[in-house]
Design a protein around this ligand. Structure first.
Ligand SMILES: Nc1ncnc2c1ncn2[C@@H]1O[C@H](COP(=O)(O)OP(=O)(O)OP(=O)(O)O)[C@@H](O)[C@H]1O
Ligand SMILES: [Mg+2]
Length: 384
């Protein structure tokens, strides 16, 4: 059992407030991802959980116990860093067992006299062999780090954390040193490993795809705050604000200002060069919120824009079709990313490769209004 709770957690360095009062519950056995752009406070939050950074305010609880004043070694956590720095002169076996062989004692004596043996040789061997088995490193235990591939080294770093049999794993961008292919592979291995061990994990990344594929839940951070915490598809389908809407999903959601108007019994979002008709549910929301007659931000994801000629999923109608110029086409195989333009509005669409569209063409596109979003222009909160 290990539940981690952050209550109004803050961290101020001199003048910079890196974490501005975050509240988060990481459930027992959960794989929680903290994601957000560089500098938003992810590492700082993780280091506070680890005890490597003192909180300026708020509380950290591990299994109902406040651990703010508990030293890192007594929190029963293991952290895996981006720069995992294996000892180059030691074998895989020794790298993995090092932390078990020697543990620091609060004796006040200088290093290494303050180190003591805490596990028997047999226990250490059992744990290293078991971690080696889990991570597929059994045949490599006698090798030195320089004789391993990047992915194998990464697994040794994980092994070092696994042998400690912690209550909680904290991982700070542990895959960012790997090349793209290996990152995808190791990502899948980490998920399997988590399923097998069931250890509560907090995983930090700035990569939203990594977050979407790995997290049971994802906490999206920006500017020291958690913007939204939910299951991956909930974030994708129901982002709470413009930041989450444009951060989750790739390519990013297209957003542009529109005037919300009544028109012949319907409510339309008028972008100037074209207007789309809101769904009944959206219209109801706009009327109830008093947004008719005001400007809002309209959002549509690239994958919800179709070339009308080949659109089978969404029928073209009066309120969801408009024409655009094709500016750039980036073929990706099964589909293509098309940069579209009309007036001063630009958007990206992920269009099936069956589309005959060419650069310079003027084409009609259909958008799936059911999948479109509306945001308040000032607060940037989602309205629909
Ligand atoms: N020791 C420190 N002293 C002063 N400011 C710091 C310190 N550590 C972090 N910061 C600042 O706190 C903010 C958050 O940093 P943090 O490392 O938590 O970001 P991050 O989300 O992990 O970013 P990245 O994705 O780049 O790793 C940044 O503005 C950073 O400059
Ligand atoms: Mg960081």
């Amino acid at each position: 059992m290990a539940r981690v709770v952050l209550k109004d957690l803050t961290k101020t360095f001199n003048k910079v407030t890196a974490v501005k009062g975050i509240n988060l519950e990481i459930r027992d056995k959960e794989f929680m991802v903290l994601v957000g752009p560089s500098g938003c406070g992810k590492t700082t939050a993780l280091r506070m959980i680890a005890g490597l950074e003192e909180a300026s305010g708020g509380e950290i609880l591990i299994d109902e116990r406040v651990v703010n004043d508990v030293s890192p070694k007594d929190r029963d956590i293991a952290m895996v860093f981006q720069n995992y720095a294996l000892y180059p002169h030691m074998s895989v076996y020794d790298n993995m067992s090092f932390g078990l062989r020697l543990k620091r004692e609060p004796s006040g004596k200088p290093w290494p006299m303050n180190l003591k043996r805490t596990y028997t040789k047999e226990e250490i061997d059992r744990r290293v062999q078991q971690a080696g088995e889990i991570l597929g490193l059994k045949a490599l235990l006698q090798r030195k780090p320089k004789e391993l591939s990047g992915g194998q080294r990464q697994r040794v770093a994980l092994g070092r954390a696994i042998v400690r049999d912690p209550k909680v794993f904290l991982m700070d961008e542990p895959l960012s040193n790997l090349d793209a292919k290996l990152r995808v592979q190791t990502r899948a291995e980490l998920i399997k490993l988590h399923r097998r061990l069931g250890i509560t994990t907090v995983y930090v990344t700035h990569d939203q795809i990594e977050a979407m594929t790995m997290g049971d839940r994802i906490a999206v951070m920006s500017n020291g705050l958690i913007q939204q915490c939910d299951k991956p598809l909930t974030l994708y389908n129901h982002p709470t604000n413009l930041f989450v809407a444009t951060f989750i999903g790739s390519p990013a959601m297209n957003c542009f200002p529109v005037a919300v108007k009544e028109q012949g019994g319907n409510v339309v979002a008028d972008a100037g060069v074209f207007a789309v008709q809101l769904t009944d549910a959206q219209a109801k929301q706009m009327r109830a919120g008093g947004y008719v007659g005001k400007s809002c931000i309209f959002g549509i994801r690239p994958e919800h824009i179709y070339d009308q000629r080949i659109s089978t999923l969404v029928q073209a109608g009066a309120g969801n079709t408009f024409s655009v110029d094709v500016d750039v086409i980036e073929p990706l195989g099964s589909n293509a990313e098309m940069h579209l333009k009309t007036g001063d509005i630009t958007m990206v669409a992920t269009i099936d490769s069956a589309s005959p569209a060419k650069v310079g063409d003027r084409i009609d596109v259909v958008i799936d209004m059911e999948k479109s979003h509306l945001f308040d222009k000032e607060t940037e909160q989602a309205l629909y």
